[in-house]
Design a protein around this ligand. Structure first.
Ligand code: ADP
Ligand code: ADP
Ligand code: MG
Length: 472
């Protein structure tokens, strides 16, 4: 049984995992860089160790991490998301050192982390995939040939891509020729691998993904779906569970399809099967994320299942404690990713000292964050600064709650996406629950908010009073 666990991550997800450990009576160990000396995960963990002064090298070094885990008497490592979470080397290094890796094994991570191999495995299992090239396209000539067969527009994608990077739409052979080198070099730079492949570009799709859990005894269940169609540049901004856009029979269908996909990969631990839903109602497999996801929170809210604790139970070789028919969901939950970015300046990251932070509460509100008043957001990491999660019994109540909470939160010192979310939640189409991945592109006027209107004066006043009190 896991008694002491090292968290190979930082920020809100490290804090989230520390909380699960505390509830399971597991001792938590944090790692940090020099830039993270004053980070919340360092303060909250039972023990914390500097993994190297450099901003990134320590968080990205599997060998340093397993050595530290072994030296500090840990029996397990949780990778979180990002960093090494989808790198088979960390899972392998753990196995070699006799440490439990909280996630699927290295072979599963390697197979599913390769989008063309994953597509092939799904085709073999009878799961429909987005039409596309058979395997990678090794040269521009092959890409042009395949694209002619698939039909334009096509998506040129990095085979080992993630985080919305290394994806480009090409509307013609000319554009494909222009983009080919660019995506190959982007892929090489960002993921250390040059392979690319093609998919048919689905017009106006919905991004629907299913949370799955598999144990070491052949049990696989799904925890229903999330709708992550509100995106900017292929990156999720708002996530909703369940999707307000699915009929009950579609929900049933996609859940079973995700379980079939997970079983085909002998999937063990928590994972997410991502699909695109076309305007005409087809679901196409896109990829599997072999880790905890940023938006796991909303599934927890609607099902009452603590997914991080389930990950640890599974890693402990305990069978799932519930069957598919025991999984119920109620109401809706919505997550807003509050990024330290300036929407009015092309979402430029905005780093610095948080002079004021006031967190709302009340029914149906959850905030997962690692910020605090006075915290200095370092420029070296991603710009997610808080996840604001609201839930309600109905879609209407969830929206109303979201609008109420947005008027009851204050973050100052850096620019954030908060005022932008106020505009989205006021938008009639969004409120009707009808949107696809093109929503933000279709509505550039959402960026025309006035900063004054975007502020909550009452929340700011409270935050200012607190800041004055603590002498900031
Ligand atoms: P999710 O799929 O959970 O919604 P995101 O795509 O938003 O996650 O990614 C979460 C974080 O992980 C981001 O910081 C992102 O840059 C990083 N990330 C995701 N996939 C990869 C990858 N393949 N390589 C490197 N970083 C990644
Ligand atoms: P990542 O690994 O970066 O998460 P995905 O393959 O999951 O990449 O795609 C990210 C997003 O890009 C999707 O949610 C969707 O909005 C868009 N996208 C990807 N593939 C297609 C496609 N074939 N047609 C239309 N949109 C796509
Ligand atoms: Mg994805």
């Amino acid at each position: 049984m896991i008694r002491k666990l090292l968290i190979a991550n930082r920020g809100e997800i490290a804090v989230r995992i520390i909380r699960a450990c505390a509830e399971l009576d597991i001792r938590s160990v944090a790692i940090y860089s020099e830039a993270d000396r004053f980070a919340l995960h360092v303060k909250k963990a039972d023990e914390a160790y500097c993994i190297g002064a450099e901003e990134l090298a320590g968080y990205l070094n599997p060998h340093r991490i397993v050595n530290l885990a072994a030296a500090t008497g840990c029996d397990a490592v949780h990778p979180g998301y990002g960093f090494l979470s989808e790198n088979p080397e960390l899972a392998r290094a753990c196995a070699v050192r006799g440490l439990v890796f909280v996630g699927p094994n290295a072979d599963t991570i390697r197979l599913l982390g390769d989008k063309t191999q994953a597509r092939a495995a799904m085709v073999a299992a009878g799961v429909p995939v987005t039409p596309g090239s058979e395997g990678n396209v090794e040269r521009l000539e092959a890409a042009l040939e395949e694209a002619a067969r698939i039909g334009y527009p096509v998506m040129l994608k990095a085979t080992s891509g993630g985080g919305g990077r290394g994806i480009r739409r090409c509307d013609s052979a000319h554009e494909l020729a222009q983009n080919y080198r660019r995506v190959v070099s982007e892929a090489t730079q960002a993921f250390g691998r040059a392979e690319v492949f093609l998919e048919k570009c689905i017009e106006r799709p919905r991004h629907i993904e299913v949370q799955v859990l598999g144990d070491h005894f052949g049990n696989v269940v799904h925890l229903y779906e999330r709708d992550c169609s509100i995106q900017r540049r292929n990156q999720k901004l708002i996530e909703i569970a369940p999707s307000p856009q699915l009929r009950p029979e579609q929900r049933e269908f996609i859940g079973q399809l995700a379980v079939r996909a997970a079983k085909a990969a002998d999937y063990r631990n928590a994972g997410t099967v991502e699909f695109l839903l076309t305007g005409t109602g087809e679901f196409y497999f896109m990829e599997v994320n072999t880790r905890i996801q940023v938006e796991h929170t909303i599934t927890e809210e609607i099902t009452g299942i603590d997914i991080v604790k389930e990950q640890i139970h599974i890693a402990n070789h305990q069978p799932l404690s519930f069957r598919q028919e025991d999984v119920r969901y109620h109401g809706y939950a919505m997550q807003l990713r509050i990024n330290a970015e300036d929407p009015k300046n092309n979402f430029l990251p905005s780093y610095g000292r948080l002079t004021r932070y006031y967190a709302p509460g009340g029914p149906g509100v959850r905030i997962d964050t690692a910020i605090y008043t006075g915290y200095e957001i370092p420029p070296h990491y991603d710009s997610l600064c808080a996840k604001l999660i609201v839930s309600g019994r109905t879609w209407e109540e969830t929206i109303a709650r979201g609008r109420r909470v947005l008027g009851d939160i204050a973050i100052s010192g850096v620019r954030t996406t908060l005022p932008f979310y106020r505009e989205i939640l006021d938008h009639p189409e969004f409120r009707r629950g009808v949107f696809d991945t093109g929503f933000l592109q279709d509505h550039p006027e959402l960026l025309n908010y006035s900063l004054k209107r975007g502020r909550s004066e009452a929340a700011l006043a409270i935050a200012a009073a607190i800041a004055a009190h603590v002498g900031l």
